[in-house]
Design a protein around this ligand. Structure first.
Ligand code: SF4
Length: 297
């Protein structure tokens, strides 16, 4: 029996109350066996899964950042390819070859870079990491980041979401490089109807998959919200929209070259509510021109 298996079997007989109890057990076994590399919690989890005897509180303690999926839903953030944004906000970092408003040292961005911004690879990489750390992934909230979604070409949007569904339904199967690009993209890059059909097919397939996307978040700007835009988002399967409203003072918005007004935010919010979307506002504190009183007004 290797060291991880020994520790797990000990912990099953002596259930830990807090994380420190697990650490103590690890130290005790490593010291006795003169092992320098203390096994990680994910290594212990792998051994735990092979055991017939189960102890849910132990699994919870071994799970890395268990708060992440405590609601029963696993959030998965993916990024779209770098693309231009209709806005020209004064504070936007606009790093070269990065999606606008994102920096290359952010964890989700680093993962996207490793996957060359491929949606299929990104969802599978994230699913693998979550499962290795003991998280359930049967219900997923997919969060698509990468700047203003509405400014991406329609066919790219259809392909991107369809590939997220395909990657999620295929998991844990590993596809070869050719299969990583959907047939549709290789054969008919300009036919919108084929992209739409492919999306519907993948959405249907995902309804019965082991890992299901039960929520889809898209991010955009208030001035991009219209009835037509919301109909498109609904067809993609979006359930939540994140909009950057940033502030509720037109002078501050203007000074920061935000390119939209508070009135547009109000109109956009009304429309999104009529469509039944969940709404997340992004706000920014301490912008040039703002004061503490204006930020909390
Ligand atoms: S809307 Fe977002 S991505 Fe576009 S310029 Fe402003 S901060 Fe950058």
């Amino acid at each position: 029996m290797n060291i991880s298996a020994q520790i797990v079997s000990y912990l099953l007989k002596n259930p830990p109350q807090i994380e420190a109890d697990i650490l103590r057990a690890k130290r005790k076994f490593c010291k006795t066996s003169k092992i320098k590399n203390v096994p990680s919690n994910s290594e212990l989890l792998k051994k735990y899964r092979k055991q017939t005897k189960k102890n849910e509180p132990l699994a919870n303690l071994l799970r890395k950042r268990s708060v992440r999926t405590m609601s029963g839903i696993a959030p998965i953030a993916v990024l779209t390819k770098p693309h231009p944004c209709p806005g020209s906000c004064a504070y936007c970092p606009k790093e070269k070859n990065m999606p606008t408003s994102y920096l290359s040292n952010e964890p989700a961005v680093m993962r996207a870079i490793l996957c060359e911004f491929n949606p299929y690879k990104q969802v599978q990489m994230r699913l693998r990491a979550l499962q290795n750390n003991g998280h359930a992934t049967d219900k997923i909230e997919l969060i698509v980041m990468g700047g203003t979604w509405s400014s991406l070409p329609d066919n790219y949007q259809l392909w991107y979401v369809s590939e997220c569904f395909r990657g999620t339904s295929d998991f844990p199967e590993t596809k070869n490089n050719k299969q990583l690009t959907s047939t549709i993209r290789r054969s008919q890059p300009k036919n919108k109807n084929l992209f739409k059909k492919e999306l519907i097919k993948e959405q249907k397939r995902n309804e019965k998959a082991k890992n299901r996307i039960i929520g889809l978040t898209l991010e955009t700007r208030p001035d991009c919200i219209s009835i037509k835009e919301l109909q498109k988002m609904r067809a993609l399967g979006a359930t939540r929209i994140e909009i950057g409203i940033q502030h509720l003072d037109n002078k501050i918005l203007k000074l920061n070259k935000r390119g939209h007004t508070v009135q547009q935010t109000i109109k956009a919010t009304g429309l999104m509510r009529q469509f039944g979307f969940k709404i997340t506002y992004h706000i920014m504190l301490n912008l040039p021109g703002a004061t503490q009183a204006k930020d909390f007004a």
